[in-house]
Design a protein around this ligand. Structure first.
Ligand code: HEM
Length: 420
């Protein structure tokens, strides 16, 4: 990756250009700071996709805009096109999107089927499993020694837990991980072909393999439901109807992708942050019980593992001094909102005591607010507590190898050491 100097003006910043997402992190952060200082949200042409490019989109980079858009879903809807910047072509709809690309009332009905499994009370019931899995991961880490933290630690807990919640058999975990990685590979050549048509084929194959898995599990559990989420989905009744096999597949894929590809990155960023800000590590180690909750929120603010979601305007709308038109696409940049200097004092500082911390890392308040937020917080808390209690000297050994993506703030590899 070439070293880059922060751009002098917003004309040098193109969020639709893949190259931008390969800039060093600090330069991208400086670019977003510049975009936040503009008079109005910048507008970008759409990146090239398999089909004709769409009309372009506004980048909502300020906290106030992201919050207002999220809490007005009847104006900023999710069901027109998709929540990705390009509208999803029809062949993708079978596997991707599900309720994240829907509006109420159908969104709410679908969400209700699974939401009971994600309440704090249910997550508490799952606590032993999370604790046992995290302890096993640290046992293994201590045997392995210095290693790739992503592969040996960060990836394991979310994968195991989401697979258990869904009732996926152990021998399919690797396949699930491989395919969710491909689905959210962004434009990273280590994970996906640089040839657009080939890449589409790889993504559809990944979706197809996950769909086959849930179809098989669904057939097995249609008559004999267990207490897993696939059983809940396959036996659910929406508006008097069962989910179709395509609806079942896309719902399942949304849950395993979201459950896997987000918390892993939050945990990897956590190790980077605790290494880069040793005073904050000391503070946390001095009172793990009292400071963990604040640390987890600050990790999610600082890292914003999901960088944006798109909405589409259902009518002309005036927001924070600017007019927009029906049909306008709006990308809600959580990553930038979480660095907004009008809301967060010294936003580039990782501060586990930050209070209040109104970050939008899980989305802002609204119907699509992250379904898995309680689960993610629990996983991050338990994994960090286990690590910092048993391997307190663990630190990142070298810079993270970052995913090339505009959507996921991902870390592919991160060497860790605890020998000193
Ligand atoms: C640190 C980890 C995580 C982060 C940063 C994160 C972030 C987000 C964000 C930004 C959204 C969109 C919110 C919006 O549009 O208003 C979202 C939605 C969602 N997340 Fe998470 N997420 C995380 C973990 C999880 C986990 C563990 C699951 C478990 C299944 C999950 C499931 C979902 C689902 C299903 C949605 C769609 C909700 C809907 O449309 O109603 N997430 N998440």
């Amino acid at each position: 990756m070439t070293a880059h100097h922060p751009p002098l003006s917003s004309e040098h910043i193109d969020l639709s250009d893949t190259e931008f997402w390969g800039w060093p992190l600090a330069d991208r952060q400086a670019a977003f700071a510049m975009l936040r200082s503009l008079d109005r949200p910048p507008f970008y042409a759409e990146p090239e996709f398999i089909f004709e490019a769409g009309p372009g989109y506004y980048a909502l980079v300020r906290h106030a805009d992201v919050v207002e858009a999220s809490r007005n879903p009847e104006v900023f809807c999710s069901g027109k096109g998709a929540t990705s910047i390009p509208d999803l072509p029809v062949e993708f709809n079978e596997y991707f999107g599900s309720m994240i690309n829907m509006d109420d009332p159908r969104h709410a009905r679908l969400r209700r089927i699974v939401s009971r499994a994600f309440t704090p009370r249910m997550i508490q019931r799952f606590a032993d499993d999370v604790a046992r899995t995290a302890a096993g991961i640290v046992d293994h880490l201590l045997e392995t020694g210095p290693c790739d933290f992503v592969e040996h630690v960060a990836a394991r807990l979310p994968l195991t837990i989401i697979c258990r919640l869904m009732g996926i058999p152990d021998d399919s975990y690797r396949m699930v991980m491989r395919n969710t990685n491909i689905i959210l590979s962004g434009f990273d050549p280590d994970l996906i072909s640089e040839d657009m048509n080939e890449a589409v084929g790889q993504i559809l194959t990944a979706g197809g393999e996950l769909a086959d898995l849930v179809t098989a599990l669904g057939n097995e559990r249609a008559g004999r439901p267990g207490d897993d989420l696939v059983s809940a989905l396959v036996n659910a009744n929406i508006d008097g109807e069962q989910l179709t096999s395509a609806e079942l597949a896309s719902f399942f894929i949304l849950l395993v992708v979201a459950g896997n590809e987000t918390t892993r990155n939050a945990l990897s960023h956590a190790l980077v942050l605790l290494t880069d800000f040793p005073d904050q590590r000391e503070l946390l180690l001095a009172d793990l019980g009292g400071r963990m909750e604040g640390a987890v929120e600050e990790i999610v603010r600082y890292s914003s593992p999901v960088m944006f979601m798109r909405r589409t305007l259902t009518r002309d709308y005036h927001m924070n001094g600017h007019d927009y038109r029906e049909g306008d696409k709006m990308a809600l940049f959580y990553w930038s909102a979480n660095q907004d200097e009008t809301v967060f004092t010294d936003p580039a500082r990782f501060d586990i005591t930050r209070s209040p911390n109104p970050h939008v890392g899980f989305g802002a308040a609204g119907p699509h607010f992250c379904l898995g937020a309680h689960l993610a917080r629990r996983e991050i808390t338990v994994m960090l507590r286990e690590l910092l209690t048993r391997v307190p000297s663990i630190h990142a050994d070298g810079p993270p190898d970052r995913l090339l993506s505009s959507f996921i703030n991902g870390i592919k590899h991160l060497n860790c050491d605890f020998s000193r």
